[in-house]
Design a binder for this molecule. Structure first.
Ligand SMILES: [Zn+2]
Length: 218
């Protein structure tokens, strides 16, 4: 069996877990709801095959909501989801699976910082659009690229894509079953002119920066 369905499976698992824990947007408080021992240590890591599991943080990451806490929480969820076991079985060893494990945990950061109600409220008000990205940024405190990624990847079965420019260049892209007419780092001075009407493209400029956030869907 292949592994290409596993990223979507992990997203669904994270969403179910968040629903079950009341959509807590602080990863530290979400972690406190689980049966996991938290401790201060020399490194940041989780040990999932102890009962209860142990999660260790360097002192400056311990006790508050930050990307290191989100990342270690994602490792726990990946282990609990069985997606990790499938990856290791499919790739032959934990060592071979490690780059995929790390990529999935980093992908989950956006989902752990930006909860489902934040996305649903933004889409209800603004549709799947660049304005929705701006609202998600405002309510979550997330950076533009993370808010964009969260909106585009929200439904693994939907057709969405988005981009962020820096000056005349494409700085970030996010795709979900929907192609963009350009690639990362392409020079595209007028990105909105490259979309047909059928792509439902919208864009906003971010204040005080030469940056455009664009969203389209099919
Ligand atoms: Zn990691």
């Amino acid at each position: 069996m292949g592994i290409d369905h596993l990223p979507a499976e992990f997203i669904w698992y994270v969403k179910e877990w968040q629903a079950a824990t009341g959509y807590e947007s602080s990863a530290w408080r979400a972690l406190a709801q689980t049966d996991v021992r938290r401790r201060i240590g020399r490194d940041n890591y989780v040990i999932t095959d102890l009962e209860p599991p142990v999660v260790s943080f360097q002192p400056w990451f311990y006790g508050w909501d930050n990307d290191v806490v989100r990342h270690e929480l994602a490792h726990l969820l990946l282990a609990w989801s069985r997606v990790e076991a499938h990856l290791i079985a499919a790739l032959g060893s934990r060592e071979a699976a490690r780059p995929f494990i790390e990529a999935l945990c980093n992908q989950a950061l956006a989902f752990l910082q930006i909860t489902q109600p934040m996305v649903d409220d933004a889409v209800k008000k603004h549709g799947v659009s660049a304005k929705a990205v701006r609202q998600i940024m405002r309510v979550s405190g997330a950076r533009a690229d993370r808010a964009l990624h969260r909106l585009i990847q929200d439904d693994p079965d939907a057709q969405r894509a988005g981009f962020i420019t820096s000056g005349n260049y494409i700085q970030h892209i996010s795709n979900c079953n929907f192609p963009l007419p350009f690639w990362l780092f392409d020079r595209v001075p007028e990105p909105m002119l490259t979309f047909p009407a059928e792509a439902n493209a919208t864009a906003i400029r971010t204040p005080k920066r030469p940056q455009i956030i664009g969203v389209c869907w099919g």
